[in-house]
Design a protein around this ligand. Structure first.
Ligand code: E4P
Length: 218
């Protein structure tokens, strides 16, 4: 499973890319605002840092506006994946962009039926928002598993991206359900690496060796 960072903050992206932890990036208008720096500058920095899929979202809500933005965004860099909302207008734009070979990430997906339409129209990525479903008392993993089953039934090539991650548990659920990608906030990526038993275990190994008075091998 590929891991993406869900961030428009170039410093966070750089740190995770250089550590070899991430394969790509997802952004959205809210994350652009949260990054607190000029959005264009942030995206340019991310584009030079990461050689992997970078999802950039359109701001238009009508098909024509989405098409105009999508074509311009795709020209920015070969790694750009255009994020479109999964609305009737978004699906119309997807139908036109697929034959143009513009790679799309259909966002704000909350149901298996929305994902079915996205798969039929051959999007590059579908993004079910798990955290937002769990936040309101649904069981997001059920929806994700349904999407996986539907895509496997019909050999859809659209990649399933587990979005809106709230915890390391979501990352494990994504991997177990056979998602192609999970996109994580910076803090969650950091949490994946750490375990308190690793830290205490290492400290004890070193303390035991030091107390033994043995010489290191090298
Ligand atoms: C994914 O591409 C979205 O940007 C993101 O995962 C949304 O997550 P949120 O629910 O934390 O805003």
């Amino acid at each position: 499973m590929k891991l993406f960072i869900d961030s428009a903050n170039p410093q966070e992206v750089k740190k995770m890319w250089e550590a070899g932890i991430i394969d790509g990036v997802t952004t959205n208008p809210s994350l652009a605002t949260k990054a607190g720096i000029d959005y264009k500058q942030a995206v340019n920095q991310i584009l030079v840092t990461v050689n992997g899929d970078i999802s950039l979202e359109v701001l238009s809500t009508d098909t024509q506006g989405m098409l105009r933005e999508a074509r311009a965004l795709a020209k920015l860099n070969k790694n750009v994946v255009v994020k479109l909302p999964t609305t009737p207008d978004g699906l119309k734009a997807l139908k036109i962009l697929t034959p143009e070979k513009i790679r799309t990430n259909m966002t704000l997906v909350f149901s298996a039926n929305q994902a079915l339409l996205v798969g039929k129209l051959k999007a590059y990525i579908v993004s079910p928002f798990a955290g937002r479903l769990d936040d309101i008392g649904h069981t997001a993993i059920d929806v994700i598993e349904e999407i996986r089953q539907i895509y496997d039934n019909f050999a859809f090539e659209t990649q399933i991206l587990f979005a809106s991650i709230r915890s390391p548990l979501h990352v494990k659920q994504a991997a177990l359900a056979g998602c192609d990608i999970a996109t994580c906030p910076y803090e969650i990526l950091e949490k994946l690496v750490h375990h308190p038993l690793t830290d205490t275990g290492l400290a004890k190994f070193l303390a035991d060796f030091k107390a033994s008075g043995q010489k290191p091998l090298v």
